[in-house]
Ligand binder design. Structure first.
Ligand SMILES: [Zn+2]
Length: 220
């Protein structure tokens, strides 16, 4: 990887949307970029090694996975990108100060570092509002906002499936719990990256946020 950018912020703050826009913008400027999203990695994990099994044992019990296990699990994915040329965007990692310190040490071994951190700031009420309106194609995982559904027989414009439902992790209790988890670690994380963090007001329009992020990335 030529550069590493970490997106931090609670679920529902628009990190995934912005990462995809940024990647498209970079590609159209002849720059290569990759997006590593821990949520998607978790969903698609087919590794059957010791670390992965340990990781999922904690998840199944609904327990917070200890940093050293998250770090070991994540480093396998990170290694795939170390020698690739392009910009890597990370979403969902690091999530704690322990993970951030591990990432620094890990990258140093390969003469790399975290180059930029984008902090998506949003209030709890806004997240709840947004996620309550978020729907998911069960076939291809594309997400939609309730307003985008033009009629009851709405079909996914990506794959044509009509299995469009609410994400099952978007219940109010789950959203509140994930927001709480995020709040516990957020301040230490932001403080760790304070010298090269870009603060984003996640309530602004998608396009104005995208412009701000691109200008920031393009400036170094
Ligand atoms: Zn679909």
């Amino acid at each position: 990887m030529d550069r590493l950018i970490c997106f931090i912020g609670p679920p529902g703050s628009g990190k995934g949307t912005q990462a995809r826009i940024l990647i498209n913008t970079l590609y159209s400027n002849d720059k290569k970029a990759f997006f590593l999203e821990t949520g998607v990695l978790l969903k698609n994990d087919i590794r059957d090694d010791k670390i992965s099994n340990e990781f999922f044992d904690y998840m199944k019990l609904g327990k917070l996975v200890p940093d050293d296990i998250v770090n070991d699990w994540m480093s396998v994915y990170l290694l795939n990108y170390i020698s690739k040329s392009g910009i890597l965007i990370l979403d969902g990692f690091p999530r704690t100060l322990g993970q951030a310190i591990f990432l620094d040490i890990f990258l140093k071994k390969y003469d790399k570092k975290v180059d930029a951190v984008i902090n998506f700031d949003i209030k709890r009420e806004a997240v709840i509002n947004r996620l309550a309106k978020r729907l998911l194609c069960e076939n291809c995982s594309k997400t939609f906002i309730l307003e985008e559904l033009t009629d009851l027989n709405f079909k996914c414009n990506n794959c044509g499936s009509n299995r469009i439902n609410k994400r099952n992790d978007d219940s109010n209790i789950a959203i509140n719990r994930r927001f709480d988890d995020y709040c516990v670690t957020k301040d230490l994380l932001i403080n760790h990256y304070k010298h090269y963090i870009l603060d984003i007001d996640a309530n602004n329009s998608v396009q104005s946020i995208a412009n701000k992020i691109f200008r920031y990335i393009d400036s170094f």
